[in-house]
Write a protein that binds this ligand. Structure first.
Ligand SMILES: Nc1ncnc2c1ncn2[C@@H]1O[C@H](COP(=O)(O)OP(=O)(O)O)[C@@H](O)[C@H]1O
Ligand SMILES: O=C(OP(=O)(O)O)[C@H](O)COP(=O)(O)O
Length: 476
């Protein structure tokens, strides 16, 4: 078992009684301030500033018995009143990166629904909302990644029509902003149509920022990216504050995951192997059980000398996979790889398929799901846990033939959740999978960010959060 006292494990309590809408957290006496700051991306106030902090922020002991107060609040959109917002142009960065089918229909609108409370609050307070997001990972302007298919759903959820711009910067956008009424919403085109977005180009950030007076970041799913519309704009827009979704995610994930009930398990799958494989290293410091599925597993099989046919493999991560297996052993973490897989002769819903042992994937075939024996052993392992975080489907669940493993794990988690286990689901596709099975409502927390929640758990700073203004301490 992993040690419950791993260096970056913190004991956090929510300050649920705070009258401010900012996220405030009380810290236990065992806490070390510096690692926590690193972990959350929040600055922890110097204990000596205690006298300047509101009495309602509980005083706690920090370090070696010194009496102090820790306030980790980021300024929230809820701290802004009608006086701050009426008639103001507000640049809202949301994560509206929703899955679309081949006909451009939204197959899961969780992220859109999650963004609505912040937009509604701004609208109700007379702001002019300039709403922005990315969709997918386009390289330049790519029609299939346009935000156009989202307009009707956003309008429907808000109860009034949203105007859509054809670009995210430039004279046409400026004209639309100028004609935006108080309480109106303008949806910009995919911010990733400009390569400068992901480069966090300061000139580009300045152009985006020039559209507005202030900034609200509600894109938790993209908070781990330092991009022009998440981090860059904060340098030019004051105030830059957290939206309600961003706050809610941090409150839940920090609270539940930093001091998990044990045994604590993580399930990692999906196809973003290169971005997730690194997370495994730090997960090994925190979890007791680690289950790997999805496209992740073939890099591990290959590292062990098995043939993987034409399955997804990250060749440059083979050494890392080998060292992770060794590290799991050294840490006493029970790392489970599927013992059998469902293989296909092509990447298609109507592919021929069969179940084979993980060690017997023939050439020309690719693994697209975990097999029945693996479902059984994964379910048994999960049955022993008290906290589970799941990121990334077990297989290509979009194709019914290869959705069985993902659905079985979703049902197992739903069952455990109803029996007192804390279940946290993160990631666009993982959430879509859980929605598809119809068990999203019984999970403890559905996070809109897969990579972001993993990086938070990993102990990394989230640049999109770090860049926001700190809440003003209230004088006693
Ligand atoms: N064995 C596999 N081979 C290829 N793709 C896979 C495999 N298993 C899962 N996937 C794909 O992974 C995608 C989700 O991956 P990812 O984006 O990492 O998850 P999330 O959005 O939950 O973080 C899904 O589209 C799914 O089809
Ligand atoms: O879908 C997302 O991440 P996730 O799949 O890790 O949840 C976010 O929209 C971030 O997208 P990105 O990983 O292309 O930066």
């Amino acid at each position: 078992m992993a040690s419950a006292a791993a260096p970056t494990t913190f004991s956090l309590l929510h300050s649920a009684t705070s009258t401010s809408s900012s996220s405030r957290v009380k810290l236990s006496s065992s806490l070390r301030v510096r690692p926590l700051t690193r972990h959350l991306g929040f600055r922890v106030a110097d204990p000596l500033l205690a006298a300047n902090v509101a009495a309602r922020v509980a005083a706690v002991r920090v370090g070696r018995g010194r009496r102090g107060v820790v306030s980790m609040a980021k300024k929230s959109v809820g701290d802004l009143t009608t006086a701050d917002l009426k008639g103001k142009k507000v640049f809202v960065r949301a994560d509206l990166n929703v899955p679309l089918d081949d006909n451009q229909n939204i197959t899961d609108d969780t992220r859109i629904r999650a963004a609505i409370p912040t937009i509604k609050y701004l609208v109700e307070n007379g702001a002019k909302v300039i709403l922005s997001s990315h969709l997918g990972r386009p390289k330049g302007v790519t029609p299939k990644y346009s935000l156009a298919p989202l307009v009707s759903r956003i309008s429907e959820l808000l109860g009034f029509p949203v105007v859509k711009a054809e670009d995210s910067i430039g004279p046409e956008v400026e004209k639309l902003v100028a004609s935006l009424p108080e309480g109106g919403v303008l949806l910009l085109e995919n911010v990733r149509f400009y390569k400068e977005e992901e480069k966090n180009d300061p000139e580009h950030a300045k152009k985006l920022a020039s559209l507005a007076d202030l900034f609200v970041n509600d894109a938790f799913g993209t908070a781990h990216r330092a991009h022009a519309s998440t981090e860059g704009v904060t340098k030019y827009l004051k105030p830059s504050v957290a939206g309600f979704l961003l706050q809610k995610e941090l409150d839940y994930l920090v609270g539940a995951v930093s001091s998990p009930k044990r045994p604590f398990a993580a399930i990692v799958g999906g196809s973003k192997v290169s971005s997730k494989i690194g997370v495994i290293e730090s997960l090994l410091e925190k979890v007791d059980i680690l289950l790997l599925g999805g496209g992740m597993i073939f890099t591990f099989y290959k590292a062990q000398g098995l043939s993987v046919g034409s399955s997804l493999v990250e060749e440059d991560k083979l050494d890392l996979a080998t060292s992770l297996l060794a590290k799991a052993k050294e840490k006493g973490v029970s790392l489970l790889l599927p013992s059998d897989v469902v293989i296909a002769d092509k990447f298609a819903p109507d592919a021929n398929s069969k179940v084979v042992p993980a060690s017997a994937i023939p050439d020309g075939w690719m693994g697209l799901d975990i097999g029945p024996d693996s479902v059984k052993s994964f379910s048994e392992a999960l049955g022993t846990t008290k906290t589970i975080i799941w990121n990334g489907p077990m297989g290509v669940f979009e194709f019914d033939k290869f959705a069985v493993g993902t659905e079985a794990i979703a049902k197992k988690l739903a069952d455990l959740s109803q029996n007192g286990v804390t279940t946290i689901i993160g990631g666009g596709d993982s959430v879509a999978a859980v929605e598809k099975v119809g068990v999203a409502n019984v999970m403890s927390h559905i996070s809109t960010g897969g990579g972001a929640s993993l990086e938070l758990l990993e102990g990394k700073e989230l640049p999109g959060v770090l860049a926001l203004d700190e809440a003003t301490p209230v004088p006693v």
